[in-house]
Write a protein that binds this ligand. Structure first.
Ligand SMILES: [Zn+2]
Length: 100
């Protein structure tokens, strides 16, 4: 399944773009979150779930006025993805409950 190109974060539309140049930077980046442009860039040669979700955690945190450290973003990313992975019936139920 392809990564959705648009997400809604705190009521604002964000773009998700794949980048061919992000991983060529020094130091190389796998992902980047630009709050001003409401854009998440993901390295096209490394579009892993945890990178996309990591940048989404940045987007949500910054939209709420928080400025977490990279370590905190990594910990939230790991914890939430582990929770999703371990609780798929719960996630399916939640998505059904939230359906329009
Ligand atoms: Zn980060």
């Amino acid at each position: 399944m392809k990564i959705p190109r648009r997400i809604i974060v705190c009521g604002m539309e964000w773009s998700i773009r794949l980048s061919d140049t992000l991983s060529l930077q020094d130091p190389p980046l796998w992902g980047d979150c630009d709050h001003e442009r409401k854009t998440i860039e993901i390295s096209s040669d490394h579009p892993q779930t945890n990178v996309v979700f990591h940048e989404t955690v940045h987007a949500i945190s910054e939209s709420m006025g928080y400025d977490p450290t990279e370590k905190q973003v990594d910990e939230i990313t790991c914890s939430v993805l582990s929770f999703f992975q371990a609780n798929k019936p719960f996630i399916r139920w939640l998505l059904e409950e939230l359906a329009d």
